[in-house]
Design a protein around this ligand. Sequence first.
Ligand code: C5P
Length: 261
Amino acid sequence: MPIPEQLDSSLRQSRQIALDPRDDARKRLIVALDVPTASAAIDLVDRLENSCRWFKVGLELFVAAGPTILEKLTARGNSIFLDLKFHDIPNTVAGAVRSASGWGVRMMTVHALGGPAMLSAAKAALDGVPDPPELLAVTVLTSMDGAQLSAVGLDDSAAKQVERLARVGLGAGIRGFVCSPREVGLLRALAGPEIVLVIPGIRPAGAGVGDQKRIATPADALRQGANYLVVGRPITQAPNPAEAAESILAEMTATLRELTA
Ligand code: C5P
């Protein structure tokens, strides 16, 4: 049974405290359970929880299974990242964050495009919550490239837009961000070592890209300064998910060893 992960400053600075690289890798891999039913999610967790301790519940699973899936997963000792990317008026998002903070999840997302007032309200909603989840602001979806951005009126590059949204988030007191592997180095340099960077768009060499556009390998994302890697289909749709997870963990372990050498 995996040990629940606590997001604390020691984990954020894990490179400095010389964690065993294999343990460190396990603490940094988040498997996205993008499946249509609770039973499919539990089946995957059964196969993966010897290797993985973090699972992400996103829109597909949450809409199908509701909050009870969170209870089932946390009862097994897993750490949960609730990725619902709240994006609404400040009062509504604050209420949603407050409600979700009662479910024992360790991280949750709001969308930075909601703007400074919404981000501040979301942050304030966690004031006084004991052991609150880390509130992450999603910057630019990893499925967006220049053409997708310009179709919605954003003519700047993805990197420029990520930087703009991160500055808005930092100003609102947000201390964690989701961005693509291509912008990790930029955000790490902008926001410093304490900021939590959670990175989807991870594709091991040779894996199918799917709808993702701004991608990198696990090794590259870690080298750029990612704290956590979010991996969905390369694990969950592999013929043997446990083997696929082990292979990613081996790549992460080797990279972390190299970074701490
Ligand atoms: O299957 P794949 O590895 O592409 O899954 C990536 C996961 O990360 C999905 O659950 C997706 O919702 C999430 N995500 C993302 N890009 C963001 C934020 C979250 O792909 N910017």
